[in-house]
Write a protein that binds this ligand. Structure first.
Ligand code: ZN
Ligand code: ZN
Length: 373
C-alpha cells in the first residue's frame, strides 16, 4: 500500500492550520478515522489525533506500534503516542490537551459522541483546565473534497484497475449462475487486480431484484432475459472507486435495450453539465431532465452521484437541492460518480455508474468500460 509522501502530508497539515486560524481555533481533536488517515497516513481501525499549534499528537494502540514509529520517522510534524496498556483513547486525548492553557480547542461535532465529549469536559474540568472545547464541523472534510495530485493519481490508478476487473467479469454474468457466484467472482478479481478490499458489499441484482437500488447479491439464479445490475468498487491505497453496469442477459426485450440507452443518455447529460463553479444540483438536474424527457423521470429514485475518496460516499453529494444543506460548488480536483438509474418494481431496473474528475474546463471520465458490455 502506498502512503502519501511527507511533502503531501505537510501541505495538507498546513491547509488544516489555515482553516483552524480562520475559525480562531488553536487546536483540533480529530476522531474521524478517514480524517486521521488523510493528515497522517495512518490507516487504523482505532486512533485519535490532536492537531496542536506546533505538532500533531497521533495516538494509537500497540497493534499499530510499528506504523506509528514509521509515521513519526517519515513526517517530523507527527509526535507518535502509543497508548499505554490499560489506558483509553479519551484519557490519552486528555493528557495531550491538559497542558494547553487559554486555548480554543475544536472537536469534530459529527464524529465525537456525546458520551466521549462528556468524558473529555469532565476529566479536563477536574484538572482545572483553562481552555475551552469548541464544536467544529467539516474542517478536514472541506479540504478532502478537492483531491491533491497524489490522490488523483491513486484514484486514476484505482479506476483503471476497476475497469480491468469489469471487462473481465461482465462477460461472466450468464444465465444459470447465481447472484452470489457472480459477486464472489468480482470480489476475487478485485484482490487479484491489487485492491486491498471491496469498497462496499458487491451488488448483483437480477430480474425483479434489479428494481431495488440497494439489493445485495443473493441465491437467485440469473435467467435468460433478465436485466442484471452489477455494482462494485475497490479500495486501492485507501481510495475508493465505484462502477455499475446493467447487462441484458441472453434474449433481451426491446424495452430493456431502450431503458439502458435512456439511462446512458442521462449519464452523458450529467457529465455534460459538470462545470467548475456550478452547483452539484445542476448535474443532478441534467440526468433527471433527460429521463423525464423519455417519460421515466419518476423511475429515478436516488441521487445522481457522490464524491469518492477515502470514503466511498463523501462530498460532493450530487443530488437535488436540500433545504437543510448547501453543497459546495463543483471545483477542479473533485472526484465523483455519475450513476443515474431507472427502477420499475416487478419488472427490473437499470443503473449505469462511472467515476469522473472535475477539471478546470469540464470533466474527465476516470473509469473506461463499454456502457453496453
Ligand atoms: Zn456503485
Ligand atoms: Zn456509487
Amino acid at each position: 500500500m502506498q502512503i502519501a509522501p511527507p511533502d503531501i502530508l505537510a501541505a495538507r497539515i498546513a491547509a488544516v492550520r489555515g482553516e483552524l486560524s480562520a475559525t480562531r481555533l488553536d487546536a483540533l481533536v480529530v476522531t474521524s478515522l478517514p480524517n486521521i488517515a488523510y493528515l497522517t497516513g495512518l490507516f487504523a481501525s482505532a486512533a485519535a489525533l490532536v492537531v496542536e499549534p506546533e505538532q500533531l499528537a497521533l495516538i494509537a494502540d500497540s497493534r499499530y506500534a510499528e506504523s506509528l514509529k514509521d509515521r513519526a520517522n517519515e513526517c517530523p510534524l507527527i509526535d507518535a503516542i502509543e497508548l499505554p496498556p490499560g489506558s483509553s483513547y479519551d484519557q490519552a486525548i486528555v493528557d495531550v490537551l491538559a497542558p494547553l492553557q487559554g486555548a480554543r480547542v475544536g472537536f469534530e461535532a459529527t464524529h465525537l459522541t456525546v458520551s466521549r465529549h462528556r468524558f473529555l469536559t469532565s476529566t479536563l474540568g477536574r484538572r482545572a483546565w483553562e481552555s475551552s472545547l469548541v464544536e467544529s464541523d467539516g474542517v478536514i472534510e472541506r479540504l478532502r473534497v478537492r483531491k491533491d495530485a497524489w490522490e488523483i493519481a491513486r484514484l486514476r490508478d484505482g479506476a483503471d484497475r476497476l475497469s480491468t476487473v469489469a471487462k473481465c467479469i461482465l462477460p461472466k454474468v450468464l444465465a444459470g449462475r447465481t447472484e452470489a457466484e457472480v459477486a464472489a467472482d468480482i470480489e476475487r478479481q478485485l484482490r487479484l487486480e491489487g485492491f486491498e478490499r471491496p469498497a462496499f458489499d458487491t451488488i448483483v441484482a437480477s430480474g425483479p431484484n434489479a428494481a431495488l437500488p440497494h439489493a445485495r447479491a443473493g441465491s437467485r439464479r440469473i435467467e435468460d432475459g433478465d436485466l442484471v445490475v452489477v455494482d462494485f468498487g475497490g479500495v486501492l491505497d485507501g481510495y475508493c472507486t465505484d462502477l455499475t453496469r446493467t447487462i441484458a442477459v441472453g434474449h433481451a426485450e426491446d424495452r430493456h435495450r431502450r431503458v439502458i440507452e435512456q439511462v446512458i443518455e442521462a449519464q452523458q447529460a450529467a457529465f455534460d453539465a459538470v462545470q467548475s463553479g456550478r452547483a452539484p444540483e445542476s448535474v443532478d438536474a441534467g440526468a433527471r431532465d433527460a429521463l423525464a424527457r423519455h417519460g421515466i423521470g419518476d423511475a429515478f429514485t436516488h441521487g445522481t452521484g457522490h464524491g469518492l475518496g477515502l470514503e466511498v460516499h463523501e462530498a460532493p453529494r450530487v443530488t437535488r437541492a436540500r433545504p437543510d444543506h448547501a453543497e459546495p460548488p463543483l471545483a477542479a480536483g473533485m472526484v465523483m460518480t455519475l450513476e443515474p438509474g431507472a427502477y420499475f418494481p416487478g419488472w427490473g431496473g437499470v443503473r449505469i455508474e462511472d467515476d469522473v474528475l472535475v477539471t478546470a474546463d469540464g470533466a474527465e471520465w476516470l473509469t473506461d468500460v463499454p456502457r453496453i458490455p
